[in-house]
Design a protein. Structure first.
Lengths: 365, 140
């Protein structure tokens, strides 16, 4: 995995092409058809494609960070979703396919939970894994075929179909890889550890704002400043730049800190604020020499208060409201009121239509 | 930290696999489940974008997709039931009579594999009777 991940930048296209090609041939081997097919070869090719695709993702966008748990859960759930999805496509018994689809839904629900959507996760489990799968299992039992049948053991154009599907996925991978250097997509939100750090910075800033003498003020302000620079330096960015920047010699700033390369405007503002704080400090020292220490302290505190506000705003970056159900409900019934009325109407019409279609009895064959 | 690209990639792969299944499989129900899997990939994309923008709009969109999928499931079930009553099969190839004008029909040339004979059920002696063991039978 790691060996595959450490490749020159130019190999990304080869990796994507290899993964898509292997997956297409593997699924072609697995798809049911009357002639000879090798299941072992298909499984092996699919696993190899999964490994290469995972290594590509890990190498191109992966980011070593302290947030191990969510990373492990992400790989677990996404591997489950993709694996059971392949089983659904390749399984000739539709009842087993339906069970595989239930596992696909459960795995995606794990991803939903990682994406901070507990309500949607519960709704999906109830609707898909509960209602849809059970209903379709009823229909399958009704139409159970004995022995091989046309619909289960034949496929339409298996090679062309799998090539089309994996060409699509490969193109998306390639587009993602291309845009990574242009940074069109939003940066990752702060992790819990980042937030803890920022909370400590805020505590230091508050302490120095509450200080009445110069020494206390300076101690807390310096601590906050140092910690803040560390947080800024640790901001995640794509590993592509992380790999390129140090070799170009622009990875570190004058103080030896790794320069944040993710072009987040808020980080830029941060750096400006801290620099201005230093400038104000030195200016305040000059004022102190003039004589009035209270005025100097007030000027310093004003600059620091601005910085604290910035930190407070930045701590909320990417933070979704905690009361998920209440907030989604509020959004549904305020901003999306018309849309939800239309969705309700659609459900009603669909119910009427389903009853009208399925209710006809004794239709001649 | 998992970045947005990871989620987008997983969504794309789910969509791609669903596409393969929808294009190639012939059982109506499997085709339907593959279409649902494509929708799942799309929902993952919406949720990931909402998460990384720090906005709940993605989740609202996901809810609407689930609603539409539920409607679709109900209607599809009713349609499949009707088609099954007419043709006694869930094979989409049976309905190629409604294909576009001028297209040649698809004919399945290869014969299907013969079903494997199922192993016979074990023979059980009548209840209450003493089973004759092999040794006794030999002695007699």
């Amino acid at each position: 995995m790691t060996l595959l991940a450490i490749t020159p930048e130019g190999w990304a296209g080869t990796q994507i092409l290899g993964a898509a090609g292997l997956a297409a041939i593997g699924v072609y081997q697995l798809l049911p058809r009357p002639g000879h097919r090798s299941v072992a070869l298909g499984v092996f090719l699919c696993l190899a494609a999964l490994g290469i695709a995972g290594a590509f993702l890990f190498g191109a966008f992966g980011d070593p960070s302290p947030d191990r748990i969510s990373s492990v859960l992400f790989w677990f759930f996404s591997a489950g979703a993709v694996g059971f999805g392949t089983v659904l496509v390749a399984q000739s018994n539709p009842a087993r396919g339906a069970m595989a689809f239930a596992f696909v839904v459960l795995s995606t629900c794990g991803l939903f939970l990682l994406l901070a959507a507990p309500f949607l996760m519960a709704a999906t489990v109830i609707i898909y894994a509960g209602a849809v799968i059970v209903t379709f299992l009823f229909l399958l039992m009704l139409s159970a075929a004995h022995g091989p049948s046309d619909e289960n053991d034949r496929t339409r154009e298996p090679l062309l179909g799998s090539l089309a599907g994996f060409a699509f996925a490969g193109l998306i991978f390639f587009t993602l890889f291309q845009q990574a250097s242009e940074k069109v997509l939003p940066t990752p939100p702060l992790t819990a550890l980042d937030r803890d750090e920022l909370a400590q910075v805020r505590a230091d800033l508050d302490a120095s704002l509450a200080a009445t003498d110069d020494a206390t003020f300076d101690r807390h302000a310096t601590a906050a400043h140092a910690r803040l620079r560390e947080v800024i330096a640790e901001r995640p960015n794509t590993s592509i730049q992380r790999r390129l920047r140090p070799s170009l010699g622009v990875g570190r700033d004058a103080d030896g800190y790794p320069r944040p390369v993710a072009a987040d405007p808020r980080i830029e503002r941060f750096v400006e604020q801290t620099d201005r704080l230093y400038a104000t400090n030195s200016k305040a020292e000059e004022i102190t020499l003039d004589g009035n220490p209270q005025v100097a302290l007030k000027a310093k505190k004003d600059a620091l208060a601005k910085l604290r506000d910035e930190v407070a705003v930045y701590s909320g970056n990417g933070l979704l409201p905690a009361r998920n159900v209440a907030n989604v409900g509020y959004l549904l019934y305020s901003e999306y009121l018309l849309a939800i009325e239309m969705a309700g109407t659609l459900l009603l019409v669909a119910t009427i239509g389903a009853v009208a279609i399925a209710g006809r009895r004794g239709v001649p064959a | 930290m998992i970045s947005l690209e990871h989620y987008l990639a997983v969504g794309a792969v789910l969509f791609g696999i669903g596409l393969v299944g929808f294009l190639t499989r012939r059982n109506f129900i499997t085709m339907f489940l593959c279409a649902e899997m494509m929708l799942q990939g799309v929902v993952v994309n919406f949720l990931a974008f909402g998460r990384f923008h720090g906005h709940l709009g993605g989740q609202v969109f996901g809810l609407f997709i689930v609603t539409v999928a539920a409607c679709e499931a109900g209607l599809a079930l009713a349609l499949f039931l009707m088609l099954y009553r007419r043709g006694k099969s869930l094979d989409s190839g049976d309905w190629q009579g409604i294909r576009e004008d001028g297209l040649p029909p698809t004919v399945d040339l290869d014969p299907l594999a013969r079903p494997r004979p199922e192993p016979e059920d074990p023979h059980l002696p009548a209840a209450g009777a003493k089973p004759v063991s092999k040794e006794e039978a030999l002695r007699v």
